[in-house]
Design a protein around this ligand. Structure first.
Ligand code: NAD
Ligand code: TYD
Length: 353
C-alpha cells in the first residue's frame, strides 16, 4: 500500500512523513517542487529508506501527476503542497493562485481519473485529504465564539482566499463527482523544521542572533497555536476514520496574543541560553502592521474530538519548550535555511516596511 503526499519537504509535510514512517511501513511517495520552503534536510533521517520515494515536481504538472498515479497507485492522497506565507502573498499573490488554486485543481483531477479506474474495495476506500487552514474563515471579534465547521468563509488575504478556493474545489469534487474527499482546517502550527519567516521560528532565530524582534502593529492579534506533531496525528486520525465529504477543524485550544508568544519565547531563551547583553525582551520592536491583518483566529475543535476522539497531546508550555530546544540543538539547519533568498525576503518584508 502507498500514500501520495504533496509538499512533504515543507514544514508540516516533512513532520507528517517522518511521523508516518515512524509508525507504519506503508510507502510514501513524496511529491514536492522544492520551492524556497521545501528542504530535503528535513528528511535526511530517511536517506536510504526504501519506504520513502521522493519526486521533485510541481503539482500543476498534469503529465507528471498522471504518471505518478499510474506508477504508484496510491490508496490515498494527502495534499499539503501550497504557498503558505501571508506576508509573501501580499507582496506576490501570483504564485499562491498558481499552486493553491491551479495546483489543487490539477491534483483533484488526476486523483479523480485514478479513482474512476479503481475496482472493488479500492474505490470506496480511496481518500483525498485536503489540508487547509482556519484562515479561510476570516477574522473574529474578541468575544465571538471560535470557528466551527459551519462558519461562513470570509478570507481576507490572498493566501487565505487561495486556500478557500481550493477548499471549495475539494468540496465540489466530492459533491459532483463523488471523489472521497476529506478536508481539515487547522490553526497555526509550530515546531521543528518551521521555516523562520513565520512568527515563532523568526522570533527564536532573531533573538539568538541578537536581531530585532519585529511585532506587527500593537501585537494584540490572537492566534490559536497547535504543536505540529498534534496536527500530524489529527490528519492520520481523519484519514483513518473521517466521514467522506466532511470537514474537520483542528486546533490547540490555545489562544494567545502575538505579544505574549514573543514574551514566552524570550523568557524560555533567558532560561535556556541567556544572552550576555541582557534579557531578550530588549530586542522587541513594534513595526508597521500587516495590511488587512486578521485580528483573531480561534478553532472550535469539538467535532473531531466528538466523532474521532482526537485531542492535542501537547500544551503550549510543553510544545514551545520542545520547539525552542529544537532550534538550539539544530543551529546547522537554521544556518542552512538562511540562504541568500532568505536574506532577500527579510530585506523585502522588514527593511522596506
Ligand atoms: P510550507 O510552506 O512549509 O511547505 C509547503 C511545501 O509545498 C514546500 O515543501 C514546497 O516546496 C511545496 N510546494 C509549494 N508549491 C508547490 C508546487 N507547486 N508543487 C509541489 N510542491 C510545492 O507549508 P506548511 O506550513 O508546511 O503548510 C502545509 C499545508 O498546511 C499548506 O497547505 C498550508 O496551507 C496548511 N496549513 C498550514 C498551517 C501552518 O501553520 N503552517 C496551518 C494550517 C494549515
Ligand atoms: P504568521 O506566522 O505569518 O502566521 P499567520 O499570519 O498565517 O497567522 O504570523 C502569526 C502572527 O504573527 C500574525 O498575526 C502576524 C504576526 N507576525 C508579527 O507580528 N511579526 C512577524 O515578523 C511575523 C512573521 C508575524
Amino acid at each position: 500500500m502507498t500514500i501520495l503526499v504533496t509538499g512533504g519537504a515543507g514544514f508540516i509535510g516533512s513532520n507528517f512523513v517522518l511521523d508516518w514512517l515512524a509508525q507504519s511501513d506503508e510507502t510514501v511517495v513524496n511529491l514536492d517542487a522544492l520551492t524556497y520552503a521545501g528542504n530535503l534536510q528535513n528528511l535526511a533521517s530517511l536517506q536510504g529508506d526504501e519506504r520513502h520515494r521522493f519526486v521533485r515536481g510541481d503539482i500543476t504538472d498534469r503529465e507528471l501527476l498522471a504518471q505518478l498515479f499510474q506508477t504508484h497507485r496510491p490508496r490515498a492522497v494527502l495534499h499539503f503542497a501550497a504557498e503558505s506565507h501571508v506576508d509573501r502573498s501580499i507582496l506576490g499573490p501570483g504564485a499562491f493562485i498558481k499552486t493553491n488554486v491551479d495546483g489543487s485543481f490539477a491534483l483533484l483531477e488526476a486523483a479523480r481519473l485514478h479513482w474512476l479506474g479503481l475496482e472493488g474495495d479500492a474505490k470506496p476506500t480511496f481518500r483525498f485529504l485536503h489540508i487547509s487552514t482556519d484562515e479561510v474563515y476570516g477574522s473574529l471579534a474578541p468575544d465571538a465564539p471560535a470557528f466551527n465547521e459551519s462558519h461562513p468563509y470570509q478570507p481576507n488575504s490572498p493566501y487565505s482566499a487561495s486556500k478557500a478556493a481550493s477548499d471549495h474545489l475539494a468540496r465540489a469534487w466530492f459533491h459532483t463527482y463523488g471523489l472521497p474527499v476529506l478536508t481539515t482546517n487547522c490553526s497555526n502550527n509550530y515546531g521543528p523544521f518551521h521555516f523562520p519567516e513565520k512568527l515563532i521560528p523568526l522570533m527564536i532565530v532573531n533573538a539568538l542572533a541578537g536581531k530585532p524582534l519585529p511585532i506587527y502593529g500593537d501585537g494584540q492579534q490572537v492566534r490559536d497555536w497547535l504543536y505540529v506533531k498534534d496536527h500530524c496525528s489529527a490528519i492520520r486520525t481523519v484519514l483513518a476514520g473521517g466521514r467522506v465529504g466532511e470537514t474537520y477543524n483542528v486546533g490547540g485550544w490555545n489562544e494567545m496574543t502575538n505579544r505574549s508568544i514573543v514574551q514566552t519565547i524570550c523568557a524560555l531563551l533567558d532560561e535556556m541560553k541567556p544572552a550576555a547583553a541582557g534579557p531578550y525582551e530588549r530586542l522587541v520592536t513594534h513595526v508597521k502592521d500587516r495590511p488587512g491583518h486578521d485580528r483573531r483566529y480561534a478553532i472550535d475543535a469539538r467535532k473531531i474530538q466528538r466523532e474521532l476522539g482526537w485531542r492535542p497531546a501537547e500544551s503550549f508550555e510543553t510544545g514551545i519548550r520542545k520547539t525552542v530546544r529544537w532550534y538550539l540543538d539544530n543551529a546547522a539547519w537554521v544556518a542552512n535555511v538562511q540562504s541568500g533568498g532568505y536574506r532577500d525576503w527579510v530585506a523585502a518584508n522588514y527593511e522596506q516596511r
